[in-house]
Design a protein around this ligand. Sequence first.
Ligand SMILES: [Zn+2]
Length: 113
Amino acid sequence: MHEYGIAYDIYATARRTALDHNASHVTRITVNFGKMAMINPEQVSFLFETLTVDDPMMNGAEIVCEIISPRTRCECGYEGEEIYVCPDCGKLPTLIAGKEIVVKNIEIDTGEE
Ligand SMILES: [Zn+2]
């Protein structure tokens, strides 16, 4: 299951960041989901919860999903959101963004005010 690997990656990334910053708790993780990655963000959130339920540092951390629209570029110079046919010349444009899953921001609690 692809979603599981992604949930685990988010978990591992957030945990490493928290440890690097001597954080006591991770509160919120913002993740960019490319629309073309064909990943169900709700499924990832659910799996993430399952992964973190026994981890006091991560337990209760919220995943905020941001869906990223695809961006394509064509050799004729077109750039936009058309993914199958270039509206200017009819060729197949190249996908330059929208397929990635990226952890964009991690909010941590260091226990200091
Ligand atoms: Zn074109």
